[in-house]
Design a protein around this ligand. Structure first.
Ligand code: URP
Ligand code: ZN
Ligand code: ZN
Ligand code: ZN
Length: 485
């Protein structure tokens, strides 16, 4: 058999096994895996290295305006480059509807941002902030284009769609096999806390974390799940940051609820004490939900190890620590006027490898699941997330021994800080391939803007999840009735 490319001599790692072997690639697809493959127009030596499926970053904000109009520093070029340096061959940022916008226009806008610029494959999750009847009517068309996940917010005044709005979205998503994602924090609790702090003149960054207590997340996680169960729709809870939230997710999964969840490296690496850094340094650590404490970090690692989370995602929300980002409203702006979020798309996998695999908290198989294969399954990327014949040749070659410090430069993004600054990280990707194209090799970018492709995704598969009896209303018959899942 002839191959365009052979990756030889490496240790291939899948979600279930590790073995020494060679990978033969033709036309961007993996066509053979064997102990030894000869030939190949191009031969890539992976001896002494790990060969894993390219990462899939399922939570990142790229070329997206926040609800208050601040544009992320990263566009689809810099964001995809940063993702690739961090071992990701696919990312799924958000296409965000702001109130009053037609969904068709939102998708057209994001296509124009992504298609000419991305160096890796991409799709979007559609953010819905305004579930009007006209918008709901557009959702089946969005789904038909392969955008099979819709995200909603329970917090932020300009995004929060209310419980009834969520039920509408969940119901339509379910009817089409789409997955609803949710940012779960109780908006009224947060607003009440904000008012109290504001009245007391407490506006430094540290009060951001205190204004969004654990209970605000736990209440909203529980409520989001209740809403999804009422209509037996699948639900994905993004950026779980609390022990209580994780425990609810775990309990509901064991009860058969069609539920998925993620957490993020910042909740494992940092604490709310980082918001106390001198001056306005703390503003760099403002994100929502906020950073917590060391006990929470331990609890989240336990949940990662025991399978509560499908993925560890970056929630890359790159707002620079200058007047274009965090300090748009002044260098000493009160915390409610400081953009939420921090960069992390390049550090997600090195951090997970270093703190997870190297420190014995997770196995290599877990690393593959949390970084790639679970996201492929949950978000309907059916040719991605595995090293097996017939799959896209999306491959990352990792040096498990290389130790480097996290730096701004190592992010290869447009940011002016990294929250992981100075952390010693062991295990870095050396080569990143997307559909057979080398994107990054030995610290050098090899791809050109626009070489990444939009990937039409499939419906979420919940066939193995029992679910619950749903209440559905037969309007014609004039009564509500329970239907089996
Ligand atoms: O603080 C964060 N996470 N900012 C990005 C927007 C969001 O809530 O995901
Ligand atoms: Zn969020
Ligand atoms: Zn986010
Ligand atoms: Zn039940």
């Amino acid at each position: 058999m002839q191959f365009d490319t052979v990756i030889h001599g490496g240790t291939i790692v899948t979600s279930t096994e590790s073995f020494k072997g060679d990978i033969g690639i033709n036309g961007g697809t993996i066509s053979a895996i064997a102990e030894q493959l000869s030939g190949g127009e191009r031969r890539i030596d992976a001896s002494g290295k790990l060969v894993v499926p390219g990462g899939i970053e399922a939570h990142c904000h790229i070329a997206q305006e926040s609800s208050s109009g601040v544009m992320t520093a990263d566009d689809y070029y810099s964001g995809s480059v940063s993702a690739a340096f961090g071992g990701n061959s696919t990312f799924v940022p958000f296409a965000a509807q702001h109130r009053g916008q037609a969904i068709g226009d939102v998708i057209t806008t994001y296509d124009s941002r992504a298609a000419p610029n991305s160096v890796i494959d991409y799709s979007y999750h559609l953010i819905i902030s305004d579930p009007s009847p006209a918008v709901l009517d557009e959702l089946p068309g969005v789904f038909a284009r392969g955008i099979t996940s819709f995200k909603v917010f329970m917090t932020y005044d300009l995004m929060n769609i209310g419980d009834a709005g969520m039920l509408d979205i969940l119901t339509i998503a379910k009817a089409h096999g789409a997955l609803t994602m949710v940012h779960a924090e109780n908006n009224e609790m947060v607003k009440w806390m904000n008012r109290r702090f504001s009245e007391a003149g407490l506006t430094a960054p540290r009060y951001h974390a205190l204004s969004r207590p654990e209970l605000a997340e736990e209440e909203a996680v529980n409520r989001a799940i209740s809403l999804a169960k009422l209509v037996d729709a699948p639900l994905f809870i993004v950026h779980v940051s609390t022990r209580g939230g994780a425990e609810i997710v775990r309990r509901e999964k064991l009860a058969g609820t069609k539920l998925f969840a993620e957490t993020c490296p910042q909740y494992l690496a940092l604490t709310r004490a980082d918001l106390d850094r001198p001056g306005m340094e703390g503003a760099k650590y403002i994100c929502s939900p906020p950073l917590r404490d060391h006990e929470t970090q331990d609890a989240l690692w336990q949940h990662i190890r025991s399978g509560t989370f499908e993925s560890v995602s970056s929630d890359h929300a790159p707002y620079r620590a200058d007047a274009s980002g965090k300090f748009l409203h002044g260098a000493d702006a009160p915390y409610p006027k400081i953009a939420n979020g921090m960069p992390g798309i390049a550090m997600r996998l090195p951090y997970l490898f270093s703190e997870g695999v190297r420190k014995g908290r997770i196995t290599l198989g877990d690393f593959v699941k949390l970084s790639s294969s679970n996201a492929a399954r949950v978000f309907g990327l059916d040719r991605k997330g595995a090293i097996a014949p017939g799959y896209d040749a999306d491959v990352a070659i990792w040096d498990p021994e290389e130790t480097r410090k996290a730096t701004i430069e190592a992010q290869h993004d447009k940011m002016d800080y990294t929250p992981f600054d100075g952390m010693e990280i062991t295990g870095w990707p050396q080569l990143l391939m997307n559909r057979g194209r080398i994107v990054v090799e030995r610290g050098e970018l090899k791809a050109r803007p626009g070489e990444g492709r939009f990937i039409a995704r499939k419906a979420v598969d919940t066939s193995a999840m029992p679910g619950h009896r749903a209440v559905e209303f037969d309007i014609a018959a004039g009564y509500g009735q329970e239907v089996a899942p």
